[in-house]
Design a protein around this ligand. Structure first.
Ligand code: KG4
Ligand code: ZN
Length: 357
């Protein structure tokens, strides 16, 4: 049986952030270091896996050293080493996994493998009160969008997920169509309030019946066609009833019109996410709603989920802003629950690019 307090050091490298953190007893963040690669990938409009792996290799040792130093602890105070081992870019995951295995071996402490998405569903507990379970969790990031029933921090049941684009991916692609830069989420979050969310009635894909799956590629295509026209459509060349031809190409839209499109797109995404979370809450009867993942930093989504919780009489748990995006504190926090249950890994722990459960 483990002796408390337990200080867990975690490494996270599943996508384009090299991160390391030390968290005490699952919730008290002692240090939290994130080296972002956003500037490196911005020129390509998205994360380039090979470049990400190389950048992780360059950053990982410095990031770990800083996290240990910032924590104020000695190496001998670390009780376990945790690492994101699924899902993510395989080359990126392997860099963090090798670093974590090396640390666990040198510190002579247990190694704990953590699922990145499950950790996003735990981020709201960091520097905060424990989460009350059962809970319905909506996790939306650049790579994943899913709803879960969480019976405990370590017991998640997938209820539905995206069948095509993730919500954050849709934000990033729509921002690229609108020429607003990368990553798209924060910029649309900033521009959206300047626009009219009712200006364009973009589709809300809810799929059939009470489905808890998501689809955002139709919405993304609707924005593309709104800006560039429907390929081969008659309206491209024949004005209807003497009206001028519709605008084509983002350069022909004013700043105000672009803000309207951004706001209308965001309204469609938030509507869908809110409805799915409501369905999940109703299906499970959970009285706690959890939000997590990069898109949970979104102002409009946070407001919509807070409003939903009020209407359903639920408690809502959202991560502090700095724990919405990828970080290692959420990995260390969740790992504490695995450690308590004796769920530790061997040094032959594998990385997995995809997981569906
Ligand atoms: O969780 P995360 O850091 O990485 C993944 O696990 O994918 O999420 C990154 C995603 C990006 O797609 C980014 O555009 C989106 O989160 N994002 C936002 C906001 N901040 C980041 N989306 C909407 N509004 C935001 N404020
Ligand atoms: Zn993430």
């Amino acid at each position: 049986m483990m002796t408390e307090p337990a200080n867990i050091l975690a490494v996270e490298s599943s996508c384009d952030e090299t991160a390391c953190a030390v968290v005490a007893d699952g919730r008290a963040v002692l240090s939290d270091v994130v080296a972002s690669q956003i500037d490196i990938h911005a020129r390509y409009g998205g994360v380039v896996p090979e470049i990400a792996s190389r950048a992780h290799i360059e950053a990982v040792n410095t990031v770990i050293a800083q996290a240990v130093n910032d924590s104020g602890l000695a190496a001998s105070d670390i009780s376990a080493v945790a690492v994101t081992n699924e899902p993510g870019l395989i080359g990126s995951l392997l860099v963090g996994l090798m670093a974590a295995k090396t640390l666990a071996w040198t510190y002579d402490v247990p190694l704990i493998g953590v699922n990145h998405i499950y950790a996003h569903a735990y981020a709201a507990a960091l520097d905060a009160e424990p989460i009350e379970y059962p809970a319905a969790a909506l996790i939306c990031s650049g790579g994943h969008t899913a709803v879960y029933l969480c019976r405990a921090a370590t017991q998640l049941q997938l209820l539905g997920s995206t069948i095509d684009d993730a919500a954050g991916e849709a934000y990033d692609k729509v921002a690229a169509i609108l020429n607003l830069g990368y990553p798209g989420g924060p910029v649309i979050d900033r521009v959206g309030p300047d626009g009219n969310a009712q200006a364009v009635n973009f589709p809300r894909s809810l799929l059939e019946g009470r489905s808890l799956d998501f689809s955002f590629s139709g919405l993304k295509t609707a924005v593309l066609y709104h800006v560039n026209g429907v390929p081969g459509a008659r309206e491209n060349s024949v004005p209807a009833g003497g009206r001028p031809l519709p605008k084509r190409g983002i350069d022909n839209f004013s700043k105000a019109e672009i803000a309207d499109i951004a706001a209308s797109f965001q309204a469609a995404v938030v509507d869908v996410l809110r409805i799915k979370l409501q369905r999940a809450a109703e299906l499970t009867g959970a009285k706690t709603l959890i939000l997590g993942g990069g898109v949970s930093a979104n102002t409009a989504l946070r407001a919509a989920v807070a409003d939903l919780a009020g209407k359903l009489g639920c408690t809502v748990r959202m991560p502090a802003m700095r724990y919405c995006l990828d970080n290692a504190a959420m990995i260390a926090g969740l790992a504490w629950h695995y450690l308590r249950q004796g769920l530790v890994a061997d040094l032959d722990l594998d990385a997995h690019a995809t997981v569906r459960r």
